[in-house]
Design a protein. Sequence first.
Length: 227
Amino acid sequence: MPYFRPLPVLTVFSVFALALLLTLGVWQMQRMEWKAQRIAAYAERGAVTSFRDALCGEHAGAFGPSITAPAPLAGAQLRYYALRGQPGWVRIGLMPAPACAPGEPQRYLFVESGFEDLAGNIIARPQAWRLELFPRPGSFASGNDPDTNQWYIFDRDMMAQALDTDPGQVLDVWARADLGLPSSLSQTPPSKHLGYAVTWFGLAAALIGVYLALHIARGRLRLAARP
């Protein structure tokens, strides 16, 4: 009969560590599957040639279609800090949103009109857009400074007021430049999550091996009991 006398403290620690490593491995596998589904949804989103089709049409999936249409912006524009390969300012204006039904009240849509580097040069103008929810503020985002037109938090109400527009007339989505696959999906593709999962599962296997080897070396684990 096998003989096994586990070391109490080491066993408790090993069980918790093993559970943590396996949990992390499973989580990475789930992230891999989720990323793959998001990338597939982005590839299947289609395209439209008007903002009305994008705002009023029924579009399935996690992403709205790519919009290739003129964006009639007028008046002042805001400068929203963002990273687009380099730090800079996203230029944002308001355009009248097309009505989905006759008699609807006038609504407005925030639209990106270009990306400005820190030196003040417009280095990219959108050729297509996609509708998204407003960006969430970062953990260390600075406060907005309307007086200098420097915005670090996408605050619909404050930004609408800065453009002399009633916040209640502004839609809950904005049209940002459609620059391809979002960085949240392209920077860490599913293959990387698979690599992370293999790493965590490998550490779990190594932990089991070390645990068993230590008990064998201490004489606490044998395939057969001593006569």
